[in-house]
Design a protein around this ligand. Sequence first.
Ligand code: TLP
Length: 352
Amino acid sequence: MEARIEIVDLRSDTITQPTPKMREAMAIADVGDDVYGEDPSVNKLQEMGADMLGKEAGLFVPSGTMGNLASILAHCNRGDEIILGNLAHTFLYEAGGIAALGGVHSYLIPNLPDGRLSLTDIQQAIRPNDPHMPVTRAVCIENTHNRCGGAALTVEYTQSVADLAHANGLVLHLDGARIFNAAAALNVDPKELTAPVDSVTFCLSKGLCAPVGSIICGSKDFIKRAHRIRKQLGGGMRQAGILAAAGIVALHEIVPHLKEDHERARKLALGLAEISGLIIKPEKPATNMVYLCLSDSVPLNAEQVTRALKDFGVLIGAVGPRHFRLVTHYWIDDQAIEITIRTFEKVLSDLS
Ligand code: TLP
């Protein structure tokens, strides 16, 4: 097998390059100073995002991390507490921003393997009105759930968490970085998944291929607060319409194709499951992520395997000493799936 020149990059859907149509739209975008609220492309994108998720208003932010941070800071005072899954992106991978910058305390409860938080655990985590304790302010869920195999949370589940939160005077924030993947997997309108929540952040720069940006959506009042916080965080951008133009193309043109990424993730999982030494979990990926690990019989670690695959032009993410994540996206076609399966086969048989 020859070393490949063309790379198959499955490390994440964040690596997606903008499409030619995006680059074209960026080149001719109408722009203005968005800190003055005068960028027509940003305004259009924010309205589109809010409309697609059935919310009153939207706010363009540079990243999903800033979207979650600004949302949580807009809901919480210093010392308040949020209830969060122990595998939540906000807990694991956002550099502790909510604590560092907002003084927000996290009450962690275990994520179930399918990304849910148990309603009993949420109920038990809500603090009583006791001056010794922090004030519980919000519950945060993630859909799709990145570290839980890209699982999609259903409308019914989201509604049940919202009912519980609201009955206790809490707000519900959704890290919906990949909410359009969830909607595609569940065959529902994304609005149904976001109707129960008070705020949602979704990303344009993951499977949707835009180069930069996320949108926070919620009530007008909430977005007004998040807007000020975005400025405090240094996220007020000027002629950001150049970026928003790509986001508009993403919403129009990429969202309808997300199911293809999911189908390819399934094909990949099926092919890899045939290779001795690999355990795919979950066996049937719900969306665009394939998680797998090496069985005990394989005398290798994740680093050795990723390095060997890289030599053949296949890039994957190691997410533990013997665990991997492979993410399908717009730039992964059927041939790339075939190549990945064959390369895995070769590397494991050569090295074992
Ligand atoms: N996730 C990235 C890494 O940070 C792990 C990835 O490769 O999947 N919420 C969720 C659920 C995410 O998966 C991510 C990015 C974010 C928020 C943060 O988005 P960005 O990277 O735009 O700050």
